[in-house]
Design a protein around this ligand. Structure first.
Ligand code: PRX
Length: 657
């Protein structure tokens, strides 16, 4: 496998030079401010005075506790505990309290299937089904502290399963339905999950994609799985293993809707979510209950200026990612909001499906990814123009830096030039939004995530660890926050090493950023070996390992090259073993089998050699230059410079095709 370079990774300064100055400014309109939750600096002022007291106020104001906490924060770097001694039930906060408050008939989820079938689910109905499924899980032997894996399409049962786990104190580990059997079994085995919840299949691009066969393949290799629960959605034929596999609808049918929400400790593990790091093995990011729920409830309310009585919120993420956890399941439901959940792709049956859905449900807050916006741009402004989007009030983006052109297009063609845009920076590890405008208070600039939220302390620093006030640097977080990860499952050393060791006393997020002379933050992407493909994190090493696991491959180097639609695209350079001959397409499919279709390289170059330093390190920066068609300057540090010419010639041939 390719050796991991350290000195030749993306340096922030390099990226900073490429950023053009953006001077347009968009203050919130008076009309928006007139009805907005926050229009001035009072939250910032309160938080600046005493951040712990600030978070404690959010926790008591926004979350119901069965038992109050004794200590707001115990901080022993890198271990944080929030609201210590307090007890709560997360599912109670997302469901029961709204029903008890008289909102049982309020719609929690407008679910829209890709073929056009719909389900309308009230808070009462959601509570009943979650309670039933919690009882089912108990009957299957799931106990507090156990782990349950979820591998589902975007169906309401995904939210039900997550909340049922929360209700009984089992931790869920959701694996995105696009991941392969191999990825699923790796994650199940790492978490030692007892139960897997999956579906026969789901709808995507007008057809059923089967999930159960991948789940079966994964379970052939997962000794801890005792039961598999199968949601019927695709209607495709599946094999059910006697004694192990059960239909969801059959189990639910006989289950009671009575399942008391037992209080859990604030630091009870709520979920694991696996994400890519700079080494091959995905990390099980740990999130706990009280702090996480406080953070997502607070951010969902203030970042989106939520008016729970009237707003219709729509986050287009998949529940398999952190965005789906925090802003489909926990944030919106804890706030008692009404939301849209959509199963399929944005271009089925037509390129206007998203806009049709917004019009149909009167969506007021729309939260999506820059890569999606760039795709919508390609499809043209005539698509949104076919629909009445006047219900929209607030627009959001997440997952990657948004380029100013895409921001302006979103502003004009989706927001009708009246909706504030919140560009929200955060990570799987942060649990919730960290850097973002507040729509009624912040003057935005296209492409800038603006400022840390009240309660969040971020600083840019340079290579030596000195604070940067204007210019480029590494984004660090200087104080613990309630939604922060509590560790990496089973690997406390890796937790410390990955996030807390590069800069003394700080959490290092892996991103480079720039501060302009007005203090606005501009995120510039990862500075490590993590790629960002359509807002999804994939590590170069993971893809390299997948390539090298093919018997024909001797060595592989993978880089993320700038791509106009997906942000970055995966480009791989592969050296074959002597005497082997294999088509690049076979290798692309091999990666899809190993990791999932999202990790398929866009382009694979089969090459006799790779550019290496004299000490044998692969020069990734150089490979990126080649992939992005840049001129290569000085190659005198290379062991064999001729390989670069050859790779460049090949890239030019592909570009001409
Ligand atoms: O590089 C940053 C980018 O996405 C990374 C986190 O990825 P993940 O854990 O998968 O979570 C994505 C959804 C929260 C970050 O390290 N990123 C996320 N949001 C932004 C962003 N980059 C720039 N601007 C953003 N708004």
């Amino acid at each position: 496998m390719a050796e991991q370079g350290t000195g030749d990774t993306n340096e922030p300064h390099e990226t900073i030079d490429a950023l053009s100055a953006e001077n347009r400014k968009f203050p919130p309109s008076e009309a928006f401010k007139a009805n907005s939750l926050v229009t001035d600096t009072f939250l910032y002022d309160q938080a600046a005075e005493d951040d712990e007291a600030f978070w404690a106020r959010q926790a008591s104001g926004l979350v119901d506790w069965a038992k109050p906490w004794d200590t707001v924060l115990e901080w022993d770097l890198p271990d944080a505990k929030w609201f210590v001694g307090g007890q709560l039930n997360v599912a109670y906060n997302c469901l029961d309290r709204h029903v008890l408050g008289g909102n049982g008939d309020k719609i929690a989820i407008h679910w829209e299937g890709e073929p056009g079938d719909t389900r309308t689910i009230t808070y009462q109905q959601l509570l009943d089904e979650v309670s039933q499924f919690a009882n089912v899980l108990k009957d299957l032997g799931v106990q507090r502290g156990d782990r349950v894996n979820i591998y589902l399409p975007m169906v309401p049962e995904a939210a039900v399963a997550m909340l049922a786990c929360a209700r009984i104190g089992a931790a869920h580990s959701v694996v995105f339905g696009g991941f392969s059997a191999q990825s699923l079994s790796d994650r199940i085995n790492d978490a030692e999950a007892k139960v897997l919840i999956t579906a026969d299949g789901g709808y995507r691009r007008g057809a059923v994609f089967p999930l159960k066969p991948a789940a079966d393949e994964a379970c052939a290799d997962t000794p801890t799985i005792e039961h598999v629960v199968v949601v019927k959605r695709g209607g495709n034929d599946v094999e059910m293993v006697d004694g192990r596999d059960h239909w969801y609808h059959e189990l639910i049918e006989g289950a009671s809707t009575e399942c008391p929400a037992e209080p859990m400790d604030s630091e009870q593990l709520l979920f694991l979510l696996y994400t890519s790091g700079t080494t091959g093995k995905p990390k099980g990011i740990m999130h706990t209950s009280g702090g996480y729920l406080t953070h997502v409830t607070y951010t969902h309310k203030y970042v989106f200026d939520l008016h729970a009585d009237t707003d219709v919120f729509w986050c287009t993420a998949d529940v398999g990612w952190i965005t789906g956890h925090s802003y489909i399941v926990y944030g919106p439901l804890s706030n008692g909001a009404t939301q849209v959940m959509y199963e399929g792709v944005p271009n089925h049956p037509g390129n206007d499906r998203m806009w049709e859905i917004i019009e149909k449900y009167g969506v007021t807050i729309f939260y999506t990814a820059p890569t999606a916006i760039r795709t919508f741009m390609k499809w043209g402004a005539t698509e949104p123009a076919k629909h009445d989007l006047s219900s929209l009030r607030v627009l959001g983006t997440v997952g990657e830096p948004i380029n100013p052109e895409a921001w302006m297009w979103y502003h004009e063609h989706i927001g009708g030039e009246r909706c504030p845009i919140v560009d929200t920076w955060w990570q799987t590890e942060t649990g919730g939004i960290m850097i973002s405008p507040l729509p009624g208070a912040t003057t935005t600039k296209p492409g800038s995530a603006t400022f840390p939220l009240p309660g969040v302390s971020a600083e840019l620093i340079d290579d030596e660890g000195h604070r940067v006030d204007v210019g480029g640097g590494y984004l660090t977080l200087t104080r613990p926050w309630p939604g922060m990860l509590r560790g990496i499952w089973g690997d406390p050393e890796r937790f410390r090493e990955t996030y807390w060791s590069r800069f003394e006393g700080r959490y290092f997020a892996g991103d480079g950023a720039k501060l302009d002379d007005e203090g606005y933050l501009w995120l510039l992407g990862r500075v490590d070996d993590v790629m960002n493909i359509s807002g999804h994190r994939i590590s170069t090493t993971e893809v390299e390992s997948a390539l090298v696991s093919h018997p024909a491959v001797a060595e592989a180097a993978v880089v993320g090259a700038t791509d106009a639609t997906t942000g970055q695209a995966i480009i791989a350079y592969v050296i074959l073993r002597g005497g082997e001959d294999v088509d690049a397409e076979v290798l692309r499919n091999h990666v899809a089998e190993e990791i999932g279709a999202i990790a398929k390289p866009k382009q694979i170059y089969i090459t006799p050699d790779l550019p290496k330093t004299r000490s044998g390190k692969i020069m990734r920066r150089l490979l990126r230059d080649v992939a992005e068609g840049r001129n290569i300057g000085d190659t005198t540090t290379l062991a064999d410079a001729s390989i670069v010419d050859e790779l460049q010639a090949r890239a030019a041939v592909v570009a001409d095709d």
